[in-house]
Design a protein around this ligand. Sequence first.
Ligand code: OAD
Length: 247
Amino acid sequence: MVPIPKIAAGSEFGPLRVRRGERVFVLTGAGVSAESGVPTFRDAGGLWEQHRVEDVATPEGFARDPEMVWRFYSQRRLKAREVRPNPAHLALARLGDRLGDDLFLCTQNVDALHERAGSKDVHHMHGRLLSTRCSSCGRAPFDDESAYETAPRCDCGALLRPDVVWFGEMPYGLPRIFDALEETDLFVTVGSSGAVYPAAGFVSHLRHIGRARCIYVGLERPDNAHSFDECRLGKAGELVPSLFDVT
Ligand code: OAD
């Protein structure tokens, strides 16, 4: 029988006990950065209400109009300079200090707020906003904070592109992610609508393995709520700082 998740205000739950040696996997989505002023994708006023996904977040959109795509990401780069980590990012950085390699912090976000909060090993499965790569040659992606008015080119002559994963492309490092999921004792998703796969399917994969406690923290019930043990509703910046009790 599939258990029914407990869905309630975050204040109704106690802290999550983490014992030494237990492996914790935290998956963050746009909601973890919302209180820092980074717009989410699917909320009212979110990025996908103002821009067509097909135009700015697909390889086909880039092939059609690279300048428009670069303008979109350049605006986001400029905005990224203004934002600061919030208490949720800071709490996850502290958790990393306590747990070391026993924490796998995986984010769908392209912002650098986890790193700026002090997290050391962040897996950016959808890439990084402040990184650029060639659309053609094997040159390694490089750190790049530039905002471009026209589409820049690589030394090889091909167009450079933002180092972000677009719809229809493979997220980065899936084998590493699935290896970490296999060993996970406690899985926590923070601020993700559960609408975009494969990230939205990590929790059902864990259900299948049958070992990890699975907890959601965010403003509203996510689309994949049925796969979690608990959905703790509230703001990440308010709930995450007291979420973990490491013993
Ligand atoms: P969404 O915009 O789909 O969902 C954000 C979630 O955060 C929603 O469920 C909100 O309820 C919640 N939320 C908003 N404010 C919050 C707060 N202060 N505290 C906690 N939760 C809050 O963003 P993602 O699920 O991250 O992919 O989107 C997944 C992927 O879809 C993105 O990485 C991006 C996008 O298309 C690509 O671009 C490939």
